[in-house]
Ligand binder design. Structure first.
Ligand SMILES: [Zn+2]
Length: 300
């Protein structure tokens, strides 16, 4: 059995043919054309799949979206507003399951299915990057919520007096800890770092402002992890994404905040770890929507 897996982001669109075990057999990618991505997208799929029969299609896509109907309006793809992505792909691949979920949910599924959280029944996989997103596995199954939006950990309030969030609320984790917010805070304190990687290099060299910026973001992430762990009785949280690669300047304050706040007896074994998968996680998770649908797909 092979599945066509698709990972759609604001800068690139990736696709792969994936086997039963989650191995990527072939892959391709193309830059996203924000105004009208469809033509380059289908050209990539046609070349990748050619005449082969695929047994299903799994898609991870940036939100917001309707779920499970799969009308997508990715923030960074203005050409797609209420675009019926799931229906369009179902027309192109008739007779096989076509399933779509949020891209951060797909990454969490991948870490549970084939990554750091294999065999862990209660976990959150989160991505700290340009945004902050995640997905929840509870009792060994993905938690969808009423509208498929469970896992929006970036919009848990980490500091009621914090900065305004793009969602309209104040002090969301995403407004504090996303990469651009971390850099913006450092620049307000006088740093000249232009982006997350530059800020991470400064922090690694012991620059005080850069270290303070990562500490502020790391503490916020850790605090929210502790709250979610108490709510959901978690065993593990996997923290990935570009900002999470900053290493000790982010991880040490984050883990300290978790230790300080996750003190109930059932949380003492909580593990907060780096991802087990690399850049293919989004594709592997998309494939799992079909290949392990009994755990990761609850809709029609
Ligand atoms: Zn928010």
């Amino acid at each position: 059995m092979t599945v066509l897996a698709i990972d759609i982001g604001g800068t690139k669109m990736a696709a792969a043919v994936v086997d039963d075990d989650g191995n990527v057999l072939r892959r391709d990618r193309t830059p996203t054309v924000p105004a009208d991505p469809w033509p380059t997208f289908v050209a990539m799929l046609d070349e990748l799949v050619a005449d082969e029969q695929v047994d299903g299609v799994g898609i991870g896509c940036g939100g917001p979206m309707t779920w499970p109907s799969g009308e997508v309006s990715p923030l960074n793809i203005p050409g797609w507003r209420d675009f019926p992505l799931r229906a369009r792909l179902a027309e192109r691949y008739p007779g096989v399951p076509v399933r779509l979920h949020n891209d951060a949910v797909a990454v969490a599924i991948a870490e549970h299915w084939r990554g750091a959280a294999q065999g862990v029944d209660n976990m959150i996989g989160m991505v700290v990057s340009t945004g902050v997103g995640g997905g929840i596995v509870s009792g060994g199954r993905i938690l969808d919520g009423a509208t498929g939006n469970a896992g929006h950990i970036g919009h848990v309030v980490a500091d009621p007096a914090g900065p305004m969030c793009a969602c309209g609320a104040r002090g969301c984790l995403e407004a504090i800890a996303r990469g651009p917010a971390t850099v913006a805070w450092a620049r307000e304190q006088g740093s000249e770092a232009m982006d997350g990687p530059a800020l991470a290099r400064l922090a690694a060299d012991g620059d005080e402002v850069a270290m303070a910026a990562f500490a502020r973001s790391g503490e916020a992430v850790g605090r929210v992890i502790a709250w979610c762990a108490a709510l959901l009785d978690l065993e593990m949280v996997v923290v990935g994404g570009g900002l999470a690669q900053a290493g000790p300047p982010l991880w040490e304050p984050m883990l300290a905040a978790v230790r300080e706040q996750a003190v109930l007896p059932f949380l003492t074994e909580l593990r907060v770890v780096a991802p087990g998968l690399g850049g293919d996680a989004g594709l592997v998770g998309a494939a799992a929507l079909v290949l392990a649908g009994e755990r990761y797909w609850s809709a029609d």
